[in-house]
Design a protein around this ligand. Structure first.
Ligand SMILES: Cc1ncc(COP(=O)(O)O)c(C=O)c1O
Length: 512
């Protein structure tokens, strides 16, 4: 769905009695667009509205004084601004001196990838690929086909558009693009949100893992235990530091590392355990901690998918040495590029990771450790500060979507639904189901315009890059089986009930 920028003539049709009667399509389109996150008015229309509406009031009610007329006009403006967001006139406007107002509106529309909803024949003819009449708009809404988006980042962006624009404009204006004030603000916000004592932002979830293990002094020859059923970064970073990833099979219901199989893999070289909160659900952290304590191992939680999750009512940072996360755009809390963070209640580790992310620097041009260039951009922090403010709402909406999926799929034989243990919560980075005929189902869903994804089709012990570890097929039967059957359905906070119904109807129809 493209954004819609409502032209001034439609606003006036709505707020002018005789025009309301003459142009019912304008009124209907306006009513339809109320409170839609994709509906905008151009900043340039607001003062024009004031001017024109004031003039028509003067003509119709000559006895009203200026103040009375302005109050009426301003109440109308306040009303439509409560329904619609403002799109600014961007600096790359191409001014058409034959119609400056139209060129301003077209420029605003370009800035937000919108169609202009207008009744102006001249504009409709001149900018035919950028405009739509109220009649055409209403018809297109009636015949609208369901178009499902897997993560729908665009919708999220425009939901928070004014706040994000303000926040990023602030960065352009102060131009402290590296380690600007938004970084500290975000780190404080992350601490407030999770209750963590320390938050150190960094350039990605992958670098967060590197920082964590570098702070814990992982070195060649060490062994680190983790899951084979995760994104490559979890084990790749262990190997990158010269240590050996040691895999342990997963639990068949949560798909997280099976704590019952950890101890048999511990050797004198084992230094730590990285559990992964797959799809957002925390692992069995108490059991893992008990093992870590017994053998004096560190515990890192790779929470790239689990920001906001809780384990026994507390953020995961309370149940490990270091919690790492990712702000990759499609993650539950995503930025507009790469980003990540480490959280820890250990002040010493936090201090070390703060240095490690800036080349091991303790003060300018003085380097205590061999480190990384792994800072988060100020611009990304500015965006995250806005998105974090709304994250509880997004978290709740994701849970609603998951609940609805479960409700509508639970009676179908042949589908294994996700299991969330009662003592933990999840942001539902993915809603992943298991089916025997996964590939066939994926193809059929694609034909029905339903995007799906597989997280992950090949467990890490079978990846070419880890051949040197000499694992073979059959070593981790649960991970191997799940990787052949798992499939993620579209998941985002903006999925509508009718879309969930459409998806689940199709899944129920195609699974046999
Ligand atoms: C479990 C897991 N770990 C680590 C990462 C790496 O995060 P990033 O892509 O931000 O480097 C991801 C992201 O896909 C992930 O899902």
């Amino acid at each position: 769905m493209k954004n819609i920028l409502i032209d001034l003539n439609i606003l006036l049709d709505y707020y002018e009695n005789n025009r309301r009667k003459q142009y019912p399509n304008s009124v209907q389109a306006f009513d339809y667009l109320k409170d839609k996150e994709f509906a905008f008015v151009s900043s340039s229309s607001i003062d024009n509205f004031e001017y024109i509406k004031y003039a028509t009031l003067t003509k119709a009610y000559p006895n009203l004084n200026r103040k009375q007329k302005l109050t009426i006009v301003h109440n109308f403006i306040k009303e439509f601004l409560s329904f619609f967001k403002i799109a600014k006139t961007p600096s790359y406007i191409e001014i058409d001196y034959d119609d400056i107002e139209d060129s301003q509106i077209i420029a605003s529309a370009k800035a937000i990838d919108a169609l202009v909803l207008t009744r102006d024949e001249k504009m409709l003819a001149k900018y035919s690929d950028m405009t739509i009449s109220p009649k055409e708009f209403l018809q297109s809404m009636e015949n609208q086909e369901i178009k499902i988006n897997f993560a729908n980042l665009k919708k999220q962006h425009f939901r928070y558009y004014p706040e994000i624009e303000r926040s990023t404009d602030r960065v352009y204006n102060h131009s402290r693009f590296i380690m600007g004030p938004e970084i500290q603000e975000l780190e404080e916000n992350l601490c407030n949100f999770t209750g963590a004592k320390n938050a150190v932002t960094c350039s990605s979830g992958t670098d967060a893992l590197l920082l964590a293990m570098m702070a814990l002094e992982i070195k060649p020859g060490d062994e680190v235990i983790t899951s084979p059923f995760t994104f490559i970064a979890t084990a790749e970073t262990i190997a990158l530091l010269g240590a050996k990833p040691v895999f342990v099979d997963i639990d068949k219901t949560t798909y997280n590392i099976d704590p019952n199989k950890i101890e048999e893999k511990i050797t004198p070289k084992t230094k730590g355990i990285i559990s992964v909160s797959l799809y957002g659900q925390p692992s069995d952290l108490d059991e893992i901690n008990a093992i870590a304590k017994k053998y004096n191992l560190f515990q890192i939680v790779d929470g790239a998918q689990s920001f906001g999750a809780t384990y026994k009512s507390q953020a995961e940072v309370y149940h490990c040495d270091i919690y790492t996360t990712s702000f990759f755009p499609a993650k539950p809390l995503g930025c507009y590029g790469d980003g990540g963070a480490v959280l820890t209640n250990n002040d010493e580790l936090a201090e070390k990771m703060r240095m490690l992310r800036i080349h091991g620097q303790n003060k300018k041009y003085s380097h205590k450790y061999i480190g990384l260039g792994a800072r988060l951009d100020t611009l990304q922090a500015a965006i995250l500060n806005v998105k974090l403010k709304h994250y509880r709402e997004d978290f709740a909406k994701r849970n609603e979507v998951a609940k609805k999926y479960t409700e509508l799929l639970q009676n179908k034989e042949g589908i294994i639904l996700p299991t969330i243990k009662p003592d933990r919560t999840t942001p539902w980075a993915q809603y992943s189901i298991r089916i025997k005929n996964r590939d066939e189902l994926q193809t059929k869903l694609k034909e029905a315009s339903i995007p799906t994804a597989v997280h992950y089709p090949k467990p890490l012990h079978l990846q070419e890059c880890f051949l040197y570890l000499e694992y073979k097929e059959g070593d981790f039967p649960v991970a191997e089986r799940v990787s052949q059957e798992i499939m993620s359905l579209p998941m985002n906070p903006d999925l509508e009930n009718k879309e969930i119904k459409y998806i689940t109807d199709k899944v129920n129809e195609f699974v046999h």
